[in-house]
Design a protein around this ligand. Structure first.
Ligand SMILES: CC(=O)N[C@H]1[C@@H](OP(=O)(O)OP(=O)(O)OC[C@H]2O[C@@H](n3ccc(=O)[nH]c3=O)[C@H](O)[C@@H]2O)O[C@H](CO)[C@@H](O)[C@@H]1O
Length: 355
């Protein structure tokens, strides 16, 4: 039986494409194993899939000053030794990495053990962890054509992003039921990336009195970000993080507000949901979401609201405009050539594997 090690972690964006691949790989008879960090979100998300999970030590590679910079290099080294031992024992035919700090020692160990490595980069500009990992990879899958400019020519391949098949099987009625909505108002859904977004949560909640007469609202607010005082508000439903509910909520939604994480926006595009993207600002990140969002705006798929301009008034106005022009956005998204990346990535895994 051919064996694959999947790796990726830190935030759900580095895990959900792997979740999309798992059922496909299993169907083709692969023995699937996962290496992630000991405590990251990937552990919970993958263990639920009943996949053997191996947690290794992991440290963040920061470009800024932090007391943890003193201890984290040792964790990275420990992670490297653990990964090397694991790969020696498991003898996989291939490693597929979705990025995140924990993957660097895994792909380096794979290279040392002569296991072919494929990396997937979701964002327009590669993250630091993936950049460090690129020399160890045979192939690098990308989600945006622009990304090919940032990686060695002979390694890059435009695949798009693997999207979980179940997302296409949602039922709007089930979504309405999950939220307890029983009128015909259009549904506005807000998803702040896998961790939620306190900045957007606050503004959306302030805008509720103006929005609720016109919309029912689904708010995915992130872990520990629920506002209990709003729990019984009619037409407003909060979730911290959703799993099997997500396809049904997607199906029910008429318009979306989202961060511009690469996976979220790939999903929104493939579900053709008119949307407003509020990218994570360049102060809090390397600015990758800003580029993701601009690319979507340029293609006519999205409206973009920069965090610097985010207020109740700008948000409400943009929601009204986007809803009014929804048919135009749906039409542009319908013309998009971006497809679910799952088939191309599966082909690549088959052709690059040792056996
Ligand atoms: C803060 C941070 O580092 N953000 C990065 C991270 O974002 P983040 O982890 O938020 O990534 P994405 O938006 O790409 O993906 C989130 C994934 O989680 C899923 N989901 C989310 C909420 C929920 O309740 N249930 C659920 O299943 C979404 O459907 C999606 O598949 O990785 C992205 C992809 O590299 C980057 O573009 C982001 O800049």
């Amino acid at each position: 039986m051919k064996r694959i090690i999947l790796t990726g972690g830190g935030t759900a964006g580095h895990v959900t494409p792997n979740l999309a691949l798992i059922p496909k790989l299993q169907k083709e008879g692969w023995d699937v194993r996962y290496i992630g960090s000991k405590t990251g979100i990937e552990r919970e998300l993958i263990e639920e899939q009943k996949i053997p999970y191996y947690g290794i030590s992991s440290g963040k590679l920061r470009r800024y000053k932090d007391i943890k910079n003193l201890t984290d290099p040792f964790k990275v080294l420990a992670g490297g030794a653990e990964a090397l031992a694991l790969i020696g024992k498991l003898k996989p035919d291939i490693i597929f990495s979705k990025g995140g700090y924990v993957t660097v020692p895994v792909v380096a160990a794979g290279w040392l053990r002569r296991v072919p490595v494929i990396i997937h980069e979701s964002d327009i500009t590669p993250g630091l962890a993936n950049k460090l990992a690129f020399p160890f990879a045979k192939k690098i899958c990308v989600n945006f054509p622009e990304t090919l400019n940032y990686i060695p020519k002979e390694k890059g391949i435009l695949t798009g992003t693997p999207i979980r098949e179940e997302l296409f099987q949602g039922k709007a009625e089930k979504g309405l039921k999950l939220c307890g909505f029983n009128d015909t108002k259009p549904i506005l859904m807000m998803m702040g990336g896998s961790l939620g977004s306190v900045a957007i949560n606050t503004v959306l909640r302030k805008a509720l009195p103006a929005l609720l007469p016109a919309f029912n609202i689904i708010h995915i607010c992130g872990k520990n970000n629920k506002d209990e005082s709003l729990e019984n508000t009619r037409g407003y439903k909060q979730f911290e993080y959703v799993k099997e509910e997500l396809p049904h909520l997607f199906a029910a939604a008429d318009i979306f507000i989202s961060r511009a994480g690469a996976n979220s926006i790939a999903e929104i595009l493939s579900m053709k949901k008119p949307n407003i993207l509020i990218p994570l600002s360049a102060r809090a990140s390397r600015g990758d979401q800003i580029l993701n969002a601009r690319s979507f705006k340029k293609q006519g798929f999205s409206q973009v609201l920069e965090e610097e301009n985010l207020t109740e008034e700008t948000l409400i106005q943009m929601i009204k405009d986007t809803y009014r022009n929804r048919h135009q956005y749906i039409e542009s998204m319908g013309k998009s050539k971006s497809a679910n990346g799952i088939d191309i990535v599966m082909d690549l895994i088959r052709t690059q594997a040792k056996r």
